[in-house]
Design a protein around this ligand. Structure first.
Ligand code: ACO
Length: 319
């Protein structure tokens, strides 16, 4: 029995916001600086009041239509997010309510930018165990809410959005291998080190990052975990048709492809138009590449995440 991706959907809020738009809004930056360092030209930003469950709802509806299913057909809902609507209930439960599903298992996964590969791996294990038959796996983020808009080194990098996949039990091959890792010793290089205590924010409620440390760490572990996943599936990485790494910036994508000896024309890139949407970046890129028919039935696709924690992981599947 395999877990197979049968429907994909995504959603980006509002209009694309360009680098020049950010400069016009008073951030001391330039299109030249941002594009040359990161490859990012645009990002989408949620409206005030638009939450992770709202974005996830649109993406989920599209994924369910693509799979030919109703929300009531799903028996497992996993939402990967670091920007939940509330402390509790989980964004997965709020999404479940908006979808009109009653009774499915529903919970959130917190693995920052690796959240989607963590959530998809968990869904794979639930489905292959036989306990669940149809999962909705969602990555949804409103990172604009946790950015310090006076810190130009971080606020230009991120965007908001959501992506979702339906995963069903199938005798046809689907997910072939998965690998998940974490090392909390590196928690300090990317974090939002704040909390709520007795009605007050304690610590710092904004995203803080050591960009160069993150860069080096991300490239190393993305290449390693990609190779690990290929080995577990018994295929050389040269047999991959497509790689969809977490869309942090194009220099990380290029350096990872070089380490894995893969040409860039096998790497799906959306960071130029989406920015870094954390747990949403992989399903957003997957949806785009399936809808524009670059990814074809039967092809082998590697998804790779890396993010705060530090966490990292990969999922290799046949589409
Ligand atoms: N516009 C203009 N100038 C800027 C900006 C900006 N937006 N941001 C920083 N600068 C300036 C700095 O002030 C500094 O100026 P100074 O030399 O006068 O002090 C100069 O640019 C260099 O700053 P650095 O922070 O050293 O820039 P660096 O070359 O490291 O590039 C970057 C920063 C792009 C973030 C890089 O470290 C990087 O790509 N890191 C990867 C991290 C990443 O992508 N994280 C995403 C989240 S993590 C994840 O998803 C896994």
């Amino acid at each position: 029995m395999f877990a197979r991706i049968t429907g994909i959907g995504s959603f980006l809020p509002g209009q694309a916001v360009s680098n020049d738009d950010l400069a016009r809004r008073g951030i001391e930056t330039s299109d030249e600086w941002i594009t040359s360092r990161t490859g990012i030209s645009f990002r989408h930003l949620a409206e005030d009041g638009q939450t992770a469950s709202d974005l996830g709802l649109e993406a989920s509806r599209r994924a369910l239509v693509a799979a030919g299913l109703e929300a009531s057909d799903v028996d497992l809902i996993i939402v990967a997010t670091s920007t939940p609507d509330f402390i509790f209930p989980s964004t997965a439960c709020l999404l479940q309510s908006k979808l009109g599903n009653h009774g499915a298992t529903a919970f959130d996964v917190q693995a920052v930018c690796s959240g989607f590969v963590y959530a998809l791996t968990i869904a794979d294990k639930f489905i292959r165990s036989g306990s669940h038959k149809r999962a909705l796996v969602v990555g949804s983020e409103v990172f604009s809410r946790i950015l310090d808009w006076s810190d130009r080194a971080t606020c230009v990098l991120f965007g908001d959005g959501a992506g979702a996949v339906v995963v069903e039990a199938s005798e046809r091959p689907g997910i072939l291998s998965t690998a998940l890792h974490a090392d909390g010793a590196h928690h300090g290089i990317l974090s939002v080190p704040g909390s709520i205590c007795r009605g007050q924010v304690t610590g710092d409620p904004f995203l803080r990052m050591d960009g160069q440390a993150v860069f080096k760490f991300a490239v190393r572990v993305l290449a390693e975990v990609g190779e690990e996943c290929c080995k577990a599936a018994g295929i050389p990485s040269s047999d991959l048709d497509w790689v969809i790494p977490h869309q942090a910036n194009t220099r990380i994508l290029e350096a990872t492809a070089r380490r894995m000896k893969l040409p860039m024309d096998k790497v799906i890139v959306t960071v130029d138009r989406h920015g870094n949407t954390s747990a949403a970046s992989i399903p957003l890129a997957l949806d785009e590449a399936v809808r524009d028919q670059r990814i074809q039935a039967g092809q082998k696709v590697l998804l790779e995440g890396v993010g705060g924690g530090f966490t990292w992981g990969a999922v290799l599947f046949e589409f």
